[in-house]
Design a protein around this ligand. Sequence first.
Ligand SMILES: Cc1cc2nc3c(=O)[nH]c(=O)nc-3n(C[C@H](O)[C@H](O)[C@H](O)COP(=O)(O)OP(=O)(O)OC[C@H]3O[C@@H](n4cnc5c(N)ncnc54)[C@H](O)[C@@H]3O)c2cc1C
Length: 397
Amino acid sequence: MLLLESREFLGGLATNGYATGVAGMIEGICKEWLHKMKADGNLIDTPHTPAVDPENGKLMLEQMALQAGARIIYGVTVADCAVDNDLIRHVIGYSRSGRMEFKGRYFTDATGDAVLASGAGVPCEVGSPEFGGLNMSSTLAFRMANANLAKYREAANAWAADPERNPDRLPFSQFYAYLEKQAVAKGDLPLFIFPAALIYQVSGTQEDDADICVMTTHSMYCHNTDAEDVTRQILEQHQQIVWVESFLRKCVPGFERSRVTGIANMHGIRDSRRAMGQYVLKDTDVATGVKFPDGIARFPEFFDTHHPTSREHGFMRHIHVAEPVDSPFCRPAPGREELMHPFVNQGGYELRVDTSDYCEIPYRCLVPLGIDNMLLAGRCLSAEFHARQPCASSRYV
Ligand SMILES: Cc1cc2nc3c(=O)[nH]c(=O)nc-3n(C[C@H](O)[C@H](O)[C@H](O)COP(=O)(O)OP(=O)(O)OC[C@H]3O[C@@H](n4cnc5c(N)ncnc54)[C@H](O)[C@@H]3O)c2cc1C
């Protein structure tokens, strides 16, 4: 087994991208990884999103791959492949050795961007049809030291219980957005960036003096298959990291001494190409917890669609359906549609995931159309726009 990786470490977004929380995973190799990380003290084991130490996570994945018999070649960027009679004959990559060809009998596209699948001519979809093909907002994560998370939580609880500062009785989780809005009004932050801080503590550090991975920065209106647009996002977010560090230190209780200690070396692209397979997992399959005879992975969490255009909304936790479906989490759309859906008028019904249930991903979503010796893995597998995010996070391979 040969593993080609364009960077120098394994783990993709979960390690190199500092997206260290692993949501919803309930079985598979990913669970094995988390067990090993926990045994070595490199995991904060919370029920929904256990968080890995990104540096130790890279090393552990490498050990696991080598022990499983993989030969790894780092620094190879796969760019294309040669196809004959619906079979990939070899993939073409570029490295410090120059152009390389790798022959094989079976291939797996785990590039996130469906690089191999699209090179092989598998039909791909990009972005959301509701948003004119835009992708979800993107996030370049960064790492900070010296955050007092206990102090932050105390301040957020006090705010949530204070009718003067919080007359609408918003939950604890809205404290960050409240502070951000105040900072924008006072000129301490040039832009309302995102309504949540999205922070994971790094294991081995204390809650009152924590190292954290921060996923607050966001770029909107993303075209994630366009290198120039992705560069625009990265430049934008380098600027946002400077703003967020200054805002946290000046305006957020518990972060007075915090400082940026690292920026992820992998940009946080949530979605790009989705390769089409023998089955396309539907948004409604996820929302209604459909089980399949060939189900090979389960995901029990909510929709985690990061809104393509609205910083104010931040997330979309629901989808729209024209007709009501048999679910306690289906209700008539309550309005404010022009904000949530600026491009199209989406009325009808709002449908959310029942998080006490789970959806399944059928094996057919991994089997691309038109190629007989390739499987899809991770976020490029065959799914509709909203369904893709749970697929990516289920991380069954
Ligand atoms: C900011 C952010 C926060 C997130 N937060 C969470 C969270 O809290 N919980 C959760 O469960 N999920 C979260 N996710 C989602 C989750 O991280 C991803 O869905 C998941 O990492 C996708 O895994 P993947 O293996 O498909 O792709 P990736 O993690 O993108 O990995 C792709 C790998 O392929 C390599 N590669 C890419 N192209 C090539 C090429 N051409 N040649 C060779 N190698 C290549 C890359 O270097 C990388 O190692 C988050 C995502 C983002 C962006």
